[in-house]
Design a protein. Structure first.
Length: 158
């Protein structure tokens, strides 16, 4: 009997979640680029800006906008990360306690996917905000500093 397309999609979603979502921090290295740790954010410019705020020569308006961003955005991101961690732990517990392939399990997996997507969107929105906050030259410098920090991390791991 042939499996329905919906069943195949659900099974593929489950397999992808198990392969990538529950493997913990895994690094992938290739000859083309640096390794990538699934436990790290897609991009995180705010720590770079905080560390280099003086050398970036933010004007008073930029400093104020950046300070306002720091008052709310990190707490929202942290809350989303905490919720995702709890959902993952809930699924882990259910799997350890024998939860089979049920609609409840599929709902948890789909919820994890939605929460992951929301976190990636938050990081992308943060980059958009920093791009509007900084002038073109400052943003270019932040990107260069960020890339350098990635290479420094990679070099420290080797």
């Amino acid at each position: 009997m042939l499996a329905s397309p919906l069943f195949s999609l659900k099974r593929a979603t489950l397999l992808a979640a198990l392969a990538f979502g529950f493997a913990g921090p895994v690094s992938f290295a290739s000859a083309e680029g640096p390794s990538y740790n699934l436990g790290e954010p897609v991009i995180a410019l705010v720590p770079v800006i905080k560390q280099h705020e003086k050398s970036l020569k933010l004007d008073a308006a930029q400093q104020e906008q950046f300070a306002q961003w720091l008052k709310t955005a990190p707490a929202k991101r942290k809350a989303a990360e905490d919720k995702l961690a709890q959902t993952r732990l809930q699924l882990r517990e259910a799997l350890m306690n024998g939860m089979g392939d049920t609609p409840e399990r599929q709902a948890l997996i789909e919820d994890i996917g939605k929460q992951e997507a929301a976190l990636v969107a938050m990081r992308a929105g943060c980059v958009d905000k920093m791009r509007t906050l900084l002038n073109a030259e400052q943003f270019k410098e932040v990107i260069a500093l960020y890339k350098a920090s990635l290479h420094n991390k990679q070099g420290a791991v080797k």
